[in-house]
Design a protein around this ligand. Sequence first.
Ligand code: LER
Ligand code: MN
Length: 283
Amino acid sequence: MAGFALKYSSTAAIRAPGTSPILFKGDLCSSIIKSKNYGFDAVEIHIRRPDEIEIDKINEYCFKNNITISTIGTGMSYVIDRLSLTDLNWQKRKMAIERLKGYIDLAEKLNSGVIIGSMRGKIDFDNYNKHLSVYRENILELTDYAEYKDVPIYLETINRYEVNFHNTIEEMADFLSSINSSRLKILIDTFHMNIEEADMEESIKKYGNYVGHVHFADSNRRYPGKGHISFRGIINALIEIGYEGYIAFEYLPYPDPDTAAKKGLDYLLAIEKSIAAKENLLL
Ligand code: LER
Ligand code: MN
């Protein structure tokens, strides 16, 4: 474990544009080894299709390196294939559901969770009720499936310029309480929160029960410490709610993936140490 309390995940993809907020690109097994060597507790993998993954090989590398796959990022299915849960075309929606069930099947085998972020899609406000009604139906179908497979789903609050509904943690928590599934939690992302939340720390404390996964990036989507978000405040809030999940480093790999990974981790571990020292905790 990297820190005294919090667990960190790297992010990895087989291929993704250089401008995407993912640390490591290329062969996933190499990224697993690299993540372990840097001191990460887990890896979040971003993949386009569930069948791209050699499950046995990934599980073997994780086992050998004593590391886990925390989460599966699904955004490429929207960015590349335009599959979304709010599409008014039923055939496209059906393809989105089938894709997500494939990710859930994969998550069951990798013992990880599934993120639904960009796949929520963009809606047209003239048809708001129709979009929201098909969205609810689809989430209900997916949470039933996730409960059966015992896989957590993390619905991500994303800023309004990327997904134009349920942008705040409060809106997402309201939606979650109307669905009422034990396998459905919120993914909070500090980059998006910095745009949408009036007070990031207060939102975490208020809706702590709903939080199942976390993405860290600074205000400019660079590594923590490179922008103006107070990670000391965020970490304090996560400790206060007793957060036990993973925090994935979903930020730009600038100036290069290794520097970005190391600087982010060093910065956060130093904050954890100073919080622990203040509270007279032994690390
Ligand atoms: C996905 O986790 C996310 O945060 C979006 O902004 C897509 O990158
Ligand atoms: Mn995110």
